[in-house]
Ligand binder design. Structure first.
Ligand code: MN
Ligand code: MN
Length: 456
């Protein structure tokens, strides 16, 4: 296996990788919530001529081959679709990523006082190591809805115009055991230390709420809010060679971005193509905006209807005949922690997009196990496009494992395989990817979108 910088290390090729990753860094720095990712995807899609499916349904517009549409689900997941020349029931080439990342969410009643501080109470989301979220600058991103339905978008703690937030750690002098046993209930942000002048009770909390009046919101409005606590600051280059990117939320926004960029370049495909960017993967793909929801198949039905192709049986055939790459990150072998890995069979940074034939844990439990017939065709497709890929697992057999949205899509009978970017430090506030893998993953998705759909 060769390090991909041997291919991309200089000249025009290097420039392409670096330019692609500069744009990715801007996206990652700005889009730290599902809603921010969806807004970004819509903006990019509209520039490329994608139309809002809801508008088309409203106006009873017809769709034809080459037309581009997008469908939004509660502002937290989005689907992009380009109509192919072949009937949709012949199958769709689908790439699906998730745009939610591990973080802390604000509670519905987040503000309280302690020891002369205004504090903000959180409830963590997804699989985190809790100690990693303390003693570093944090920001609040999200939305608040007032009772009249009006929305306020919040982004606090990123710039100098507002202070950042922090969950403090105990100084070593008072923490002789240093067990790092942080409880979920102890993940509380420091939000202020100035009392409101005229008040007798809760004056520290009231002063912070006074400041929030600039947004015309009050304490009760946080019940109808979705505010996420995320690391403050921009994605940045990592390493003296600047070969990697250190950023929050590579899992799975790196695959989401590569997926989106590949999709935006699709023109007049033979088979229909679809990009899925979904929410709630980190907590089991549940709820109205997760992959388990009916949004995906309902939207395919709507698109088939506008194409004059909808029947119940046609929809089932379309889903059954589709191919899918579940575009999610995998664990790269970490030089600091080699023992949980099998270095022969696990993913390495800078060796290209990483395919997990199966995921699951301890005897493949819960896995989608991709069909070798499908994989053989994929290998041929990627080799022809000169895409570098690795066939990997995630950790030693009895050690590792994980899940993605793959098994949920596989239940329709389609061919599904997991493939994405290897990551170091996954689920930590700052994760690491290699720039060549980001670029190669985008190239892989692009090749896949043009792949022939064969019945197996
Ligand atoms: Mn993931
Ligand atoms: Mn994850």
């Amino acid at each position: 296996m060769k390090n991909l910088w041997e291919k991309y290390g200089k000249g025009e090729e290097k420039e392409k990788v670096m330019n692609f990753c500069e744009e990715y860094k801007l996206f990652l720095s700005k889009c730290k919530t599902e809603r921010e990712c969806v807004a970004f995807a819509i903006e990019m899609a509209e520039k490329k001529g994608f139309q809002n499916l809801a508008d088309l349904i409203e106006k009873k517009k017809k769709l034809k081959a080459g037309d581009k549409v997008y469908a939004v689900n509660m502002d937290k997941s989005v689907m992009l679709f380009v109509v192919g020349e072949q009937p949709i029931e012949k199958g769709i080439n689908i790439v699906g990523a998730h745009i939610d990342s591990p973080r802390l969410d604000l509670k519905a009643k987040p503000f309280y006082e302690s020891q002369g501080f205004c504090m903000i109470d959180t409830h963590y989301y997804g699989g985190i190591k809790k100690y990693q979220w303390i003693a570093q600058p944090l920001a609040l991103h999200g939305v608040v809805f007032r009772k009249d339905g009006s929305k306020v978008s919040i982004c606090l703690g990123e710039d100098d115009d507002c202070g950042s937030f922090v969950i403090t750690d105990l100084l070593p002098h008072l923490d002789k055991d240093d067990k790092k046993d942080v409880k979920g209930e102890d993940l509380n942000l420091i939000a202020g230390n100035v009392p409101a002048q005229e008040e007798k009770e809760n004056k520290f909390k009231k002063f912070v709420l006074e400041l929030l009046k600039q947004f015309n919101i009050e304490e009760d409005d946080f019940f109808s809010a979705e505010i996420e606590v995320v690391p403050s600051g921009k994605a940045r280059d990592c390493g003296l060679d600047r070969s990697m990117i250190l950023g929050y939320g590579h899992d799975d926004r790196v695959c989401a971005y590569a997926n989106l960029m590949a999709m935006l370049e699709v023109e007049k495909p033979k088979h229909s193509v679809l990009s899925l960017l979904v929410d709630k993967e980190e907590i089991g793909s549940v709820g109205a905006t997760g992959m388990h929801s009916k949004f995906f198949e309902n939207t395919i039905a709507e698109i088939m209807e506008l194409c004059g192709q909808y029947t119940e049986l046609g929809l089932r055939r379309a889903l059954n005949n589709s191919n899918m790459i579940s575009s999610d990150v995998t664990a790269g072998v970490d030089p600091n922690y080699v023992s949980p890995y099998n270095v022969e069979t696990d993913a390495h940074l800078a060796r290209g997009i990483s395919f997990n034939k199966f995921t699951g844990a301890r005897g493949k439990s819960g896995a989608n196990d991709a069909n070798p017939e499908f994989i053989a065709q994929l290998r041929d497709c990627l080799d022809k496009a000169e895409v570098a890929y690795q066939a990997t697992e995630m950790g030693k057999v009895d050690q590792g494992g994980g899940g993605t949205i793959a098994y949920i899509m596989a239940k329709y009978g389609m061919n599904v395989i997991d493939a994405g970017v290897p990551v170091l430090n996954m689920h930590a506030p700052w994760e690491v990817v290699s720039k060549v893998d980001v670029y190669e993953t985008y190239r892989a998705y692009k090749a896949f979108f043009g792949m022939e759909i064969k019945p197996y």
